[in-house]
Structures are given as structure tokens and as C-alpha cells.
Ligand binder design. Sequence first.
Ligand code: X2W
Length: 281
Amino acid sequence: MSDAAFTAKMLSEALPYLQRYSGAVVVVKFGGNAMGDDAAMAEFARDIVLMRQVGVNPVVVHGGGPMINEMLEKLGIKSNFVRGKRVTDKATVQVVEMILSGLVNKRIVQAIMDAGGRAVGISGKDDDLMVCEADDPELGFVGRPIEMNVQVLRDLYNAGIIPVVAPVATGMADNETFNVNGDTAAGAIAGALKADRLLLLTDVSGVKNAAGEIMTAITPEEVREMIKDGTIGGGMIPKTETALLALEEGVRAVTILDGRVANACLMELFTDHGAGSQIRS
Ligand code: X2W
């Protein structure tokens, strides 16, 4: 088959999926580990703009842990992680906000615009999108979302603009700044929007069973069982817990997938094969 015929056939085969997702809200968590070089960033942005072009409402929530680490190192500030979350003191939270709301957020916004889309970058602080309280005194300024005001996201996507959200938030009490884990923020936003899909883009291909094979479809009950018996461990625990919470709040399905794979989002939404591990009831 010629390249042109192949491309045309692929587009035709995608029709039922394009129809299914027309008007759908898809929250995409773009983790720092899934962000590659400029070419990979450009490809991610093209996928997001294509989603928008075919009638999906994508909402991007990003991380940036490795970029925060790099700047903290330059500044000689040490940071530790407890149960996957960064212990965040006053000096650290300032760096977190600078890197996430500044450097990382604007890099993604620029990439989406370079791909021909319209994007606006905000953080959880804007329009009180995500109001937090301290997650755990041991973690310092790490926030747990307790009040979500997602109308600003609807206003943006209804105007044809792709929202890009940095996981930084305001506190309930004294307007403190909180550092929120990117997965937690994406789950809370997807839940509050009752999104059709939450895609968690990371640097592993999905959830592995006891035999070490990637599971393509998992139920929430299976996830709970696998966390209990230790099959799911390490960094996969907060991701799967985020997925369970989002499903409880009304998100239809959550997929954990490798964002470094070319066109990962498109593969998941618009092909028979899908990508990564999909968790749904
Ligand atoms: C994260 C926020 C960034 C993030 C941090 O400080 O690293 C907490 O741990 P990734 O790239 O998605 O890991 N916050 C509380 O989640 O980035």
C-alpha cells in the first residue's frame, strides 16, 4: 500500500473513535519524566492540538519534578521525598512555583502555539481553581486539594483555548503557596470536571501484573488488591490511587501510559489497540 493510501485508510479507521470523543473532556497529565527534548515536546503538542481539532476538549496538567530537582541543585537546596512527595519548605516552594508556573508551564504553552493551537497557562492559584490544605505536617507546603473551581477551565475550552495547568495552589487559610503532586492535581481536576478520560503520561508503559507483564485493562477492585499484595509498588502507588479517586468522582476511565512513545495520546484515544493500562469499572 502506498503511504498516501495507508494514511487515508488510517484516518478512515479512526472515524468511530473521532465520533465517540467529539465533545469529550480529556485531562492529560504530562509528567516531567515524560517530557523529552524539544522534538518530543513538539510532538506532544501536535497530539494535543489534533485532539482539539477533532472536537475533543483537552486540559493539560503538567509536572516537572526533574526540572525542580535541577534548579534546587543549582541553588544548593536539598530536597527529600516522603511517599513520593517532595518535602517542601518555604525556600523550596518558591523554586517549585518559579519552575512549574514559569519555565515548564510556558514551555508547554509555547509548544502548543507553535503547533497551531491556542493555549493559556495558569496554575491552581488562578481564579481559585484549586484551593488546598496542608497534606501532612511532615511534608511542609505540600497541598491536598479541598475545593475545586473548574469553571475557568470550561470557560477556556469553550472559547477554543487549551488550558495548561501548573500544580501550584493557594491555601485555604493565609494565602500560602502549596506544592501539589502533579498526578494528584490532574486527578482532582479530572474528577471536578467529570472528565471522560484522564491520561497519566509517564515514563513506564503501564501497570505490571505479578508476572511483570503490562496489563491493558484493570478494574478498580484489581488495583486495590494489587496495591495490598505489593504487586503495585513505588511510584505506581500514587498514580493508581489517583486513578481510583478520579473514577470515584465520576471520570469514566483512566489510562496510565508511556508519554515518551510517539503519539501516545492519539494511540490511546483513536485506535483499536489503545496504549498503556486502562483502569475502569
Ligand atoms: C511535585 C510537583 C511536580 C510533579 C514536586 O515537587 O516534584 C510534590 O511532590 P512530576 O514530573 O509529575 O513528578 N510535588 C508534592 O508532580 O512533577
